[in-house]
Design a protein. Structure first.
Length: 274
């Protein structure tokens, strides 16, 4: 038979040239359509949950499998990140450290250190809109664009891991895959800490904001991130334990600084280019 996609002549169930499945009219039946639909969901679920489980229980293993060609059981790094990203912004209910309202930028430090009040005042004069109107517009845009802008963490951390471990002579794409898995874990931890720590605290205490509690959660997050990335680095890059711990401490210590730069980059993008 000839392959319906590439025209290659073959006898196998799958074309050896392009991988297209052998076609017969029975595949157009309603029964086959339903079976194929459920098979797709099951196949997706099995890959997703295997990837999720491996990400959490074996830091660095997914990146190692990807670099060494063991890819059939798990989802691709960026594909998995995009799904986690969607789940994060859907389940976080608008309360996340990646997307802040305009009031935060013009009321609190360190945002006001970047002259945000004056920038917004000039923006209002230029656009001839009221403060409330622009707040509504800004908050809508940052909620939407933060979901896409967070993707920049992958090449950013990929480049950092490349600089730190260039002597391992790995392809740059393997550093990107490691970064994608790392950021996926960070989003998962943020989601878990929100629902299991932050929400219960505010429901019990009935307070709207606690600086001490926020500092405690931030410290815990830095420790979790440093611990996870130390294990992941040890498994994937295989450096000396001291090197893995040193790099992990640096990643954990600078994480919130990078978040701050992300917030400001997003602020300027919305104000000047959106």
């Amino acid at each position: 038979m000839n392959c319906k996609s590439c025209g290659n002549t073959h006898q196998e169930n799958f074309c050896p040239n392009c991988g297209e499945k052998k076609f017969h009219p029975g595949q157009l039946s309603l029964k086959h359509f339903v079976e194929e639909t459920f098979e797709g969901f099951i196949h997706f679920d099995s890959k997703f949950f295997y990837t999720l489980k491996t990400l959490i229980t074996k830091p660095g293993q997914l990146s190692l499998d990807y670099a060494e060609g063991r890819r059939i059981r798990s989802m691709r790094p960026v594909q998995f990140f995009l799904i986690i990203n969607l789940l994060f912004f859907f389940l976080i209910m608008g309360h996340n450290l990646y997307s802040l309202s305009l009031d935060n930028y013009i009321s609190y430090r360190p945002f006001t250190n970047y002259n945000t009040r004056q920038i917004i005042k000039e923006k209002l004069a230029e656009s001839k809109t009221t403060t409330n109107e622009y707040k509504h517009l800004f908050n809508e845009k940052i909620t939407t664009e933060s979901k896409e802008f967070i993707f920049l963490f992958i090449p950013f951390y990929g480049f950092i891991f490349y600089l730190l471990f260039f002597w391992k002579q790995k392809y740059f794409t393997t550093h990107l895959s490691f970064a994608a898995h790392f950021i996926s874990f960070v989003l998962l931890w943020n989601l878990v800490s929100f629902w299991l720590i932050t929400v219960p605290f505010y429901l019990i205490t009935k307070v709207s904001y606690s600086e001490d509690f926020d500092s405690l959660v931030s410290l815990l997050t830095a420790i979790i991130i440093a611990t996870y990335v130390a294990i992941a680095i040890r498994r994937f890059y295989k450096p000396h334990t001291f090197v893995a711990v040193l790099v992990a401490l640096g990643i954990g210590a600078t994480y919130f600084s990078f978040i701050q730069y992300y917030r400001m980059a997003l602020f300027f993008k919305i104000v000047y280019w959106s």
